[in-house]
Structures are given as structure tokens and as C-alpha cells.
Design a protein around this ligand. Structure first.
Ligand SMILES: [Zn+2]
Length: 113
């Protein structure tokens, strides 16, 4: 990956991290949720009561925050975009969709299968 892309990912990750850190009391709205199937999240959430929804969001917050911080660390350590399982490069398209991911799509599918 070239330096320009790396810098762009780092900026995006830092913005995301800051958004979560500053979002206390506010409901976050993310486009990309690593562990939720697209579209399902809102539907699932509407079935729960408000307290459960907030709890779930907090748990996701903490998990996502850790993933983002780890990704920023990988950028600093020069191993960003490398799958932590098979050590192949993660595709740029996947990183653009989920910049904090540490596994390639093949390993992700194996993990969830
Ligand atoms: Zn992999």
C-alpha cells in the first residue's frame, strides 16, 4: 500500500475514533459495521427496548474503539492491511469498507462459517 493511501486510512480511523470518543450520550450512526450484516442492525435494534439498545451500542462502541486503535497502531508499525491470520494483503476495497479490520475477507468468512 502506498503512503498516500495509508495516510488517508489513518485520518479516517482517527476521525472515527474521535467521533466515538466524543459521542458519549449521543447515538452513533455508522455506515459500516464489521460484525453486523448490512441492514439488519437497525431492524434488530428496533425490536429491543431503549435500554438494551443503548447497552448494545456501548458494547459495540468499546469493541470498535479497540479495533480502531489497533488499526492505527498497525499503521504506525507499518503492517497495516496485512491479514493477521494468513498474512496476505487485505484488499483495498475491503479496507475502504471496514478500515479497522485485521483479517482478509477469506479468513473472515472462514471465521464466521
Ligand atoms: Zn487472511
Amino acid at each position: 500500500m502506498n503512503k498516500k493511501d495509508l495516510k488517508r486510512f489513518k485520518t479516517a480511523l482517527e476521525q472515527k475514533r474521535d467521533a466515538i470518543t466524543n459521542a458519549t450520550g449521543k447515538k452513533p450512526h455508522w455506515e459500516n459495521m464489521e460484525d453486523t450484516r448490512h441492514g439488519d442492525f437497525v431492524d434488530q435494534a428496533s425490536d429491543d427496548n431503549e435500554i438494551h439498545v443503548n447497552l448494545r451500542l456501548l458494547q459495540i462502541d468499546a469493541k470498535l474503539l479497540r479495533a480502531i486503535e489497533a488499526a492505527i497502531e498497525r499503521i504506525d508499525n507499518d503492517n497495516y492491511g496485512i491479514c493477521s491470520i494468513c498474512e496476505e494483503e487485505i484488499s483495498l476495497a475491503r479496507l475502504k469498507a471496514v478500515p479497522w479490520t485485521s483479517v482478509c475477507i477469506a479468513c473472515k468468512e472462514k471465521k464466521t462459517a
